[in-house]
Design a protein around this ligand. Structure first.
Ligand code: 2NL
Length: 357
């Protein structure tokens, strides 16, 4: 056996025994690569005599061609085997049910607003909305805030830089400017609730710089505090889904109402959670009062002809009470695990006939 035959036998055996593409590639490099054994033989042709080259040239080239063909054949076989193995190992079970899709949920504050609107709409209230960015007149002056009232200070209210005309716009500190706009643009009777975002420079365990309010306003002839009392008591009973609540009105002060009051409802805090409609504790739920004559006049209404009542709820706080959420700041933390727990289905809109929540 010549040296060439010997080399060819060795290469052929290395090719047929290479078990994967990487091993085969190593064999190819050792034979046909730049430093490979067959390549070395091809290079040696240049140094031979013409006769020798005539004899050895076809033999070495033949060796090179047969080696390349063997490698190609082996590569095809290895690739086919790898594919077979993948097909055997990776099966798709078409009977398997699809993994659950992540669903969003309605934020508790929005759910509570929807519940409140559903109840007030059932009583005949319309919903009114207005801008978050307000001017001094609609947020303070029309509402009978005296010129030096602390809420007008930059300490309590977010002000923008003054405009060219000197007007300092602000983030509304309550939704009342929407009621002012409604009184100035519509003839009474007026029955509206105003849900929306409000802003104050407050930040601690029970206050966030942005929070949600729902105010209400009723203007008609001969409206009195009895109407206010029935409206709020009926609302609270429906909201907390109890037959009756015991409420008390504590005297209070707001610049925009006279008289003013805060309404508390009786509750039981003894068991850790708050139970409405029983017990000996009191829970503050809403501020309210009869619309101040100055406010009516500022909005173009004659107080001798029209009277009304108004109220304001803190929506975030009311939701915490109803759904037992201990920390106000969780409402604004955007923690998806918390939201999945306290959130509501988007497919069940609250309405007073089928239940609120
Ligand atoms: C509170 C108190 C209240 C009003 C809001 C109001 C609006 C107009 C005229 C008169 Cl345009 N009053 N709103 C009245 C009483 C209380 O909110 O502490 N809410 C969280």
């Amino acid at each position: 056996m010549t040296d060439l035959d010997q080399l060819e036998t060795e290469i052929a055996s290395a090719i047929s025994s290479s078990a994967d593409p990487a091993a085969l590639e190593a064999v190819r490099v050792s034979a046909l690569g730049k430093q490979g054994s067959v390549s070395g033989l091809l290079k040696s042709l240049g140094a031979m005599s013409p006769d020798e080259r005539k004899e050895m040239g076809p033999k070495i080239n033949g060796l090179r061609d047969r080696t390349a063909a063997l490698i190609a054949e082996r590569k095809e076989a290895l690739d086919a085997a790898a594919l077979e193995q993948t097909l055997a190992a990776e099966r798709v079970d078409l009977t398997l049910s699809a993994p659950p899709r992540r669903k969003g949920s309605v934020h508790p504050t929005m759910q509570v607003m929807d519940e409140m609107v559903a109840i007030f709409a059932d009583m005949g209230f319309a919903v009114a909305e207005g801008p978050d960015i307000e001017d001094d007149f609609h947020n303070f002056t029309a509402l009978n805030f005296p010129p030096k009232h602390p809420a007008r200070e930059t300490h309590d209210t977010f002000f923008f830089h003054p405009r060219e005309d000197g007007e300092r716009m602000l983030l509304r500190t309550h939704t009342s400017p929407v009621q002012v706009r409604t009184m100035m643009s519509q003839q009474p009777p007026i029955r509206i609730v105003v849900p929306g975002r409000t802003y104050r420079k407050d930040s601690d365990q029970t206050h966030t710089p942005m929070f949600h309010q729902m105010e209400g306003l009723v203007i008609d002839r001969a409206i009195h505090m009895g109407h206010l009392k029935w409206t709020l008591e009926t609302f609270v009973a429906r909201f907390f889904e109890t037959d009756a609540v015991t409420a008390r009105f504590r005297p209070h002060h707001f610049p925009f109402t006279e008289p003013s009051a805060e309404m508390d409802i009786q509750c039981d805090r003894s068991g850790g959670e708050i139970k409405i409609g029983q017990g000996t504790d009191w829970l503050e739920v809403v501020g309210c009062g009869m619309v101040h004559p100055n406010v009516l006049r500022n909005c173009g209404l004659d107080p001798n002809e029209w009277q009304g009542f108004a109220f304001g709820f803190g929506v975030d706080r009311l939701g915490m009470l109803k759904y037992g959420m201990p920390d106000l700041r969780d409402l604004f933390a955007s923690d998806t695990r918390w939201l999945a727990h306290y959130g509501f289905s988007a497919f069940v809109a609250p309405n007073p006939a089928s239940g609120l929540s």
